[in-house]
Design a protein around this ligand. Structure first.
Ligand code: IPD
Length: 283
């Protein structure tokens, strides 16, 4: 058998900067649609729900995901898409691009008139995110990264915080939709609150990760994020110099559901504090 046909060298990998440009273009167009539809969504009393009574899905989420799928199919018909609302249509082959899409991250903020929500698109190849964009419809900020090419906000290079003292760190976190998990998360947060500088919960994980990339937050952690919540933001933070620990394995006792993203000097101490205060039991 001619084995070279089966080696990695035979698979042509796409240029991450080309995928990054496409992610930005599609996310920016979708952000405009999200704003348009928001007029009809904010303040509505009854919204459809998914995993729990507070996990809402709106006309904005479905319309935005449909637009993303349409634009990606037109530009790159051979790629796969994993979307928060529409799921996935297959298993990627070696070298095949899979887009990981959150059409509106921060849906609860979106329905409440709060400005912190985003359109988030990550492009994954062989299980690794290689490009991504997070666009904020209200502010117009564009966060972007391509693996090996750095992370940028509106053209400016991003760099994480250089803080070394965890007791001064401003740490973001998130709380899940399941009430049981949420109360375990809150209990851990109550225990670590006195050991760090301050806490933020914005309600939009992709923007929390971008905030770490910008050094606005010194670190972030949450249990239960989905791939679409962290695909683009995780790469943006990593390219800005953050240490990124994603769900899927449990190398440190925090559990398979944990995400921890922090400035290099803080990642170890933050992880150790979370383990010591029982975050491994959040589930
Ligand atoms: C949610 C937000 C929130 C985080 C939740 C996510 P969604 O995403 O990112 O900040 O705490 O875990 O599910 O549902 O608004 O796309």
């Amino acid at each position: 058998m001619d084995t070279h046909l089966w080696s990695d060298a035979a698979v042509e990998h796409p240029d991450p900067t080309v995928l990054e440009d496409l992610a930005v273009a599609v996310a920016a167009e979708t952000a405009a649609l999200a704003l348009e539809v928001r007029e009809r969504v904010v303040g509505r009393d009854r919204l459809d729900t998914k995993s729990s009574a507070t996990d809402v899905v709106t006309e904005g989420d479905t319309a935005c995901e449909a637009l993303v799928r349409e634009r990606l199919a037109a530009a790159r018909p051979d790629d796969l898409v994993l979307g928060e609302e529409g799921g996935t249509s297959g298993t990627p082959a070696p070298g095949q691009v899979r887009w990981v899409v959150d059409p509106i991250d921060g849906t609860v903020n979106y329905t409440h008139g709060l400005p912190w929500f985003s359109v988030s698109l990550g492009a994954e190849v062989d299980g690794q995110v290689v490009a991504g964009a997070v666009v904020e419809p209200v502010s117009g900020r564009v966060w972007r990264a391509a693996r090996g090419h750095g992370a940028h906000r509106d053209g400016e290079p991003l760099r994480v915080s250089s803080l070394e003292d965890l007791s001064l760190a401003v740490v973001g976190t998130g709380l899940g939709y399941d009430p049981g998990r949420r109360s375990r998360q809150a209990a851990v947060l109550a225990r670590i609150a006195a050991r760090i500088g301050d806490v933020r919960r914005t309600g939009c994980a992709s923007l929390d990760l971008c905030a770490v990339a910008a050094g606005w937050l010194d670190g972030f952690y949450e249990h239960g994020l989905h791939p679409w919540d962290h695909a683009a933001g995780g790469l943006i933070a990593q390219e800005a110099g953050a240490v990124v620990r994603l769900p899927g394995a449990d190398p440190d006792g925090l559990g398979e559901a944990a995400t921890v993203v922090a400035a290099p000097a803080l990642a170890g101490p933050l992880t150790a504090l979370l383990v010591a205060e029982g975050a491994g039991g959040i589930g």
